[in-house]
Design a protein around this ligand. Sequence first.
Ligand SMILES: C[C@H](CCC(=O)NCCS(=O)(=O)O)[C@H]1CC[C@H]2[C@@H]3[C@H](O)C[C@@H]4C[C@H](O)CC[C@]4(C)[C@H]3C[C@H](O)[C@]12C
Length: 327
Amino acid sequence: MCTAATYRTKDFYFGRTLDYEFSYGEEIVITPRNYEFHFRHMGQAEEHYAIIGMAHVAGDYPLYYDAINEKGIGMAGLNFVGNAVYAEVTEGKENVASFEFIPWVLRQCATMDEVRALLAKINLVGTPFAEQFPASQLHWIIADENEAITVESVADGLHVYENPVGVLTNNPPFAQQMFMLNNYIGLSPKQPENSFAKDVPLNTYSRGMGALGLPGDLSSASRFARVAFTRMNAVSGDSEAESVSQFFHILGSVDQQRGCCEVAEGKYEITIYTSCCNATRGIYYYTTYDNHRIMGVDMHAEDLDGTTLTCYPMIAEGQVSWQNGQN
Ligand SMILES: C[C@H](CCC(=O)NCCS(=O)(=O)O)[C@H]1CC[C@H]2[C@@H]3[C@H](O)C[C@@H]4C[C@H](O)CC[C@]4(C)[C@H]3C[C@H](O)[C@]12C
C-alpha cells in the first residue's frame, strides 16, 4: 500500500509513503536539464526541466516512483493492481510507456494547464522497461500548489479526475474512493453534540470524539479516508521546519508497522520510506522505516545544467542523538 498527499503553506509540499514488503533498491535521483532521455516510442529529448525524486536507476535510466520538477509540479505512481490497463502502441499517437510517464510529464510541464494538454494527447502504453521489469500496474497523482489531479488508465481508456482532497492511495478506482468519503460526512475535529437522541444523556467522555468512525485499519480505502481527514484539517505554521514536520505527521497517520499487514507467510508490508518534497524550492526530504531523522537533498545544490544523473542512496539506519552519557 502506498499513500500520497499534497500540502500547502507558504510553499508547496508533495510526498508519499512507499509501502511494500521489499525494496527495488531506490535512491534519490536528480536528472539535470541536459540528461538525454531516450523514449521508447517518442525519440530522444535533450533539454528539459530538472527533476528530483525517488527512483531505481537501471542502465543509467531513472525509473521514478515519485518526483518533482524545478517548476513546482509533483507526480507519484501508486499501485493500482487489477484495474490498470494500458493501451496498445498506436501509429501517429504520443505513445508513452508507463515507466516513462513521470519523466514525460515533469520534463516538459511548468503548469497544470500544460499537464492537462499533454494528457489529452497521450497514449499510455504497457511497453515493459526490461524483461525483469514488466509494466507495473499504477495510477498517478499530479499536482502543483493550486490543484491536484488523478490519472487512471483502465479498460475503457485514460481518465483524468479532479482531486479536491490532494490524496491518493490504491484500489478501488479514484471515483469510488471519493464517493466513499460520503460515509464520513459527519466527522469533525470539533467535539460532537448529541444528535443521536435528545432524550438519551450522551456525553463526550474523551477528546477527539468528533472523528469517531474514521477507520484505523491499513486497507487502501481506510487510508484514503484517514489521510484525507488529516490532510484537510491539518494546521501548521508556514515556516519550512513547521511545514515539513506537519507533512510527515499527515503521512504518519497511515504509517505501516512491521507485523500488521502480512502479505505472505512471515512477510510484512511496511512503510519503507516517506517523502516530503518542497516543490517550490526543489528539496527532497525523506525518512525511512528505521531512520526517523528527516534527511534532505537539495536539487539546487547540484549542477542542474549537467548531463549525468546524480544519485544519493537513502540513509536507512537510525541514530539516537544522546543528550547525556552514551556518546
Ligand atoms: C511497488 C510500488 C508501489 C507500492 C504500493 O503501492 N504498494 C501497495 C500494495 S497494494 O496495491 O495495496 O497491494 C511501485 C511504485 C513505483 C513502482 C516502480 C516504478 O514504477 C518504476 C519501475 C517501473 C517498471 O515498470 C517496474 C519496476 C519499477 C521500479 C516499479 C516497481 C514497483 O512497481 C514500484 C516500486
